[in-house]
Design a protein around this ligand. Structure first.
Ligand SMILES: Cc1cc2nc3c(=O)[nH]c(=O)nc-3n(C[C@H](O)[C@H](O)[C@H](O)COP(=O)(O)OP(=O)(O)OC[C@H]3O[C@@H](n4cnc5c(N)ncnc54)[C@H](O)[C@@H]3O)c2cc1C
Length: 486
């Protein structure tokens, strides 16, 4: 294990003075670099993506020191947790220096340092061997929180979630010892780390399956706008059901709803343009009939792998290792619908009525995203449920249909945050009615409004008892901390 780069928030309260001296003595003895509240660059280094959260002062140090001092430690990867959970500990371990990417040409297994952000990782994998793996679209998201909780990209129905590609993890356990974890070595921990990772170990390196990057990628979108909520709901129902029943796994498929009174179907087809056209033609015919012949505003681009990722990101894939400075100030909720049932016309009418008649508070902006995780041949749903004895991942929603995200942010993405935005988002979900109440939620879209108990049930469902048992074995003192985890 290489030296970690630690952030220490040193509280001034006298009750913490003994922690502080134990921690700093321990760190200094091990020559661990420490960033203090008084250090240059402090404010920038600790800024989370979601500026709604301003973490209280705390301490940065190594796991052994945390153990010795008996303080709760969290790990910061890319800092993109919706609840800024990487910064929630008394001590924060910043993985920024773990930037290595290597590729074994014979096996296609990539070894990726836990400090990588997705854009830099994708670029490097392509440079090393024209390879790729499934992951989200935002280049600044860190692999640390992404591959431990989920990791969805438009290629995930073809290749799986990011966590499904993980074949081994190099970790530091809560007692400060290092281990390599696989399906057959520390199998219980491997199961826990692939879905509920934060709080079970500090991951220093991921070993992941890669795939030949497709040379032809069709980035496509078709948008419609509507003058009434009922027309929008009827068209949405058709698009939702078509995707779940017909979209082949090579067709990344999502629906984006925005304030302009309509929605956009968009995704990537991983294959030839002629195949894309043959697959999408029945959808466009269906949409024409349900919209009374409306012409969509369309874009279809044939792109190489890196250009496709860049177009999805809407920016360069390159992010700085130090001094990352993109942020938002927001609240979001998610629901995972089931493969067995799409949302009904009644639920969708409730939602669009709400969207057509409600003004967001204080100039807030919003979007809703429904990405297809299930559907014909989806690799995400090809794995056994987390409770199956053969399962190697605690990711709970192997029977999912769409993952919906409801997201609202301050008009300029900066604080101050108006708490009425939280109510606005909750009411979006509420407008769907009873069908949406109690559905599972997607752990990477952490909802800080959940109590810990509710979060556990929504994210990990029937896997909760086993996760609790594993936590008590690997971290009995509760040193590694995830506010909604174990
Ligand atoms: C703008 C934006 C776009 C997004 N797009 C997508 C998307 O397309 N698809 C998708 O699936 N998700 C997406 N997400 C959600 C994202 O996957 C999660 O927020 C993810 O947890 C962020 O990981 P991070 O390392 O950047 O965050 P952090 O805040 O650093 O970490 C998140 C959690 O993981 C823990 N953690 C981080 N690194 C480690 C480690 N090495 N060892 C142990 N625990 C660790 C932290 O302690 C924290 O609990 C997006 C988020 C944002 C803000």
């Amino acid at each position: 294990m290489r030296a970690l780069h630690f952030i220490a928030w040193l509280p001034l309260a006298s009750a913490f003075n003994s922690y502080r001296s134990t921690l700093t003595d321990c760190l200094n003895a091990g020559s661990v670099p420490i960033l203090l509240t008084s250090s240059p660059g402090w404010s920038q280094e600790i800024a989370p993506y979601n500026l709604r959260f301003t973490p209280a002062p705390t301490v940065r140090t190594a796991v052994k020191c945390a153990n010795k001092a008996n303080v709760k430690a969290t790990v910061k990867g890319g800092g993109h947790s919706y609840g800024a959970f990487g910064l929630a500990g008394t001590m924060v371990i910043d993985m920024m220096e773990f930037q290595n990417v290597t590729l074994d040409a014979a096996t296609g297994i990539a070894s990726v340092g836990a400090g990588l952000r997705l854009g830099n990782m994708a670029t490097k994998l392509f440079q090393l061997g024209q390879r790729g793996l499934p992951h989200g679209t935002c280049p600044g998201v860190g692999i640390g929180g992404h591959a431990t909780l989920g990791g969805f990209g438009l290629d995930s129905r073809l290749w799986g979630l990011t966590l499904d590609t993980v074949v081994a993890l190099d970790v530091v356990l809560a007692n400060g010892t290092a281990a390599t974890v696989t399906a057959t070595q520390h199998g219980d921990l491997f199961w826990a780390l692939r879905g509920a990772g934060p709080g079970f170990a500090v991951i220093t390196q991921f070993h992941m399956k890669t795939f030949p990057a497709p040379s032809v990628n069709i980035n496509w979108s078709h948008s419609w706008s509507f003058s009434s909520a009922s027309a929008a709901a009827a068209a949405f129902l058709a698009a939702q059901n078509w995707g779940q029943q017909n979209a082949p796994k090579e067709l990344g498929y999502g629906i984006v709803v925005g304030p302009a009174g309509g929605f956009t179907l968009r995704g990537v087809y991983y294959g030839a343009k002629s195949d894309y056209e043959a697959i999408i033609a029945p959808l466009l015919a269906l949409m024409k009939s349900v919209t009374g012949g409306a012409q969509p505003s369309s874009s279809v681009q044939v792109l190489g792998w890196i250009d496709s990722l860049t177009a999805l990101a809407g920016s360069s894939l390159s992010t700085p290792v130090q001094g990352y400075d993109l942020h938002d100030t927001f609240y979001a909720k998610s629901i995972d619908t089931k493969e067995s049932a799409t949302l009904s016309i009644t639920a969708l009418q409730g939602l669009f009525k709400y969207l057509f008649t409600t003004t967001p508070p204080g100039g807030a902006q919003w979007f809703i995203l429904a990405n297809l995780y299930g559907g014909p041949g989806s690799v995400i749903n090809s794995f056994p449920p987390s409770t199956d004895p053969s399962s190697t991942s605690c990711y709970a929603n192997r029977d999912g249909g769409y993952v919906w995200q409801f997201y609202a942010f301050t008009g300029n993405s900066q604080p101050p945050f108006n708490p009425a935005i939280i109510t606005f988002v909750k009411n979006m979900v509420g407008s769907l009615g009873a069908e949406a109440a109690g559905l599972p939620a997607y752990a990477p879209y952490a909802d800080p409004q959940f109590t810990q108990t509710e979060a556990q049930v929504r994210y990990w469902g029937a896997g909760v008892p086993r996760l609790k048992a594993i936590k008590s074995q690997v971290d009995p003192k509760g040193i590694l901390y995830n506010p909604q985890g174990f």
